[in-house]
Design a protein. Structure first.
Length: 385
């Protein structure tokens, strides 16, 4: 009686089962997979946030499918402070980047159409594609003194059913920013083939290089949809505020925005208190990002210090984001190694196959774990080798 689009294997995987057993045991966990900033010891201006959520205007209902003007203006000002000009009529607010993705998939694709997605990358896309009746075709990232898009393989993956190319910028978990030459080539391909670019920029602000990541919000070479939100930017995933920016050739951009507005009007999912609080919530990013980047850099420094004494484990280059990828001896399945670390050494890491890494020998570590736990967890991990 259920649709085939939700015919997923709902059984927990072996690592999830092991994690549940560990939590039930009461033993201390050194969680090197942490992704929820609200549970990692960062400080928030609770007074300002709670005051912003108590706006009396929340008692009035004046729906705008694009999002309240004041909230879109706050997002526009966020980009202006980054040096990018985004008009409020080019923005559509959503409750999450997942919802923004769903709108774009519904806009671009008929059932059975295809989108190209990077690999390695996080597994969210598979579920979004299933519920929107879209087929995913993977294109590889390869590692050669840093991560790169395999543009040759990407171009050969395009078929008559392809409707767009998804980028994660920077990629999660590899931390690879799409470079200037890669962007130019992608624009050329999309313009020639009539494809859209869909970019996920939730980690954009967290650059680990001397150069801030450049957003796609002003990309004009192809019809471009850019998603982001305060879940990562301000470390407030529970507040459920994200957005979709549309850029590209003017006629296509206008048509896309008109259709997206009707899609959003069908759901009207955003609540008024969060929209009214948007300027304050976005302002929280300044202090939050300062705290988070200090921890990420400290943990990365400690990781590199410990790796300098290790002979069999290395770290792959990372340009931005919250994660580090380790290359470990591929003498067993990554999942088996992760389970051993958890059960025998109280350390939780993600195996590479969670992100579709090619082959075995990859572990993914979170860099936002509190420093002492991170240091001890890495020490226990490296002791295995």
């Amino acid at each position: 009686m259920f649709s085939s689009r939700t015919n997923w294997d709902l059984k927990p995987n072996r690592l999830s089962e092991a994690l549940e057993r560990h939590r039930s045991s009461g033993r201390k966990l050194f969680d090197l997979s942490a992704s929820n900033p609200t549970e990692c010891g960062f400080k928030y201006d609770a007074t300002a946030i709670m005051r912003a959520l108590c706006n009396p205007s929340s008692l009035q209902y004046q729906p705008d499918p694009r999002g309240l003007v004041s909230a879109r203006q706050a997002v526009s000002e966020y980009y202006a402070q980054r040096g990018d000009r985004v008009a409020i009529n080019e923005l559509l607010l959503t409750a999450s980047t997942s919802e923004a993705y769903s709108f774009v998939l519904r806009l671009l694709c008929n059932p059975g159409d295809e989108l190209l997605v990077p690999t390695p990358s996080y597994p969210l896309f598979d579920f979004l594609a299933d519920v929107n009746d879209v087929k995913l075709i993977r294109y590889p990232l390869f590692y050669d003194h840093g991560w790169h898009i395999d543009l040759h393989a990407l171009e050969h993956a395009i078929t008559p059913a392809t409707r767009g190319i998804i980028l994660v910028h920077p990629n999660n978990p590899t931390g690879h920013y799409t470079g200037t030459e890669e962007t130019a080539k992608l624009n050329q391909i999309c313009s020639a083939k009539g494809l859209a670019i869909v970019t996920d920029e939730v980690f954009l602000d967290f650059s680990l290089t001397n150069v801030p990541g450049k957003s796609f919000v002003t990309n004009e070479g192809a019809l471009t949809f850019t998603t982001s939100g305060i879940s990562k930017i301000a470390g407030l995933p529970q507040m459920k505020l994200a957005w979709l920016a549309v850029s590209g050739p003017e006629a296509m951009k206008r048509e896309a925005l008109a259709r997206l507005e009707l899609l959003a009007d069908t759901y009207l999912s955003l609540n008024t208190p969060i929209q009214l609080a948007a300027p304050v919530l976005l302002k929280q990013r300044n202090d939050f990002q300062h705290q988070l980047m200090a921890r990420v850099r400290k943990n990365l420094e400690d990781l590199d210090s410990q790796l300098a004494k290790a002979q069999k484990v290395s770290r792959l280059d990372v340009q931005g984001g919250w994660y580090a990828v380790l290359r470990v001896p591929a003498i067993r399945r990554d999942e088996d190694l992760a389970i051993e670390l958890l059960e025998m050494h109280d350390v939780h890491v993600h195996p590479g196959h969670f992100y579709d890494f090619p082959g075995e020998g990859y572990l993914v570590l979170s860099l936002i774990t509190p420093e002492q736990d991170f240091k001890e967890g890495v020490s226990r991990l490296l002791a295995l080798f």
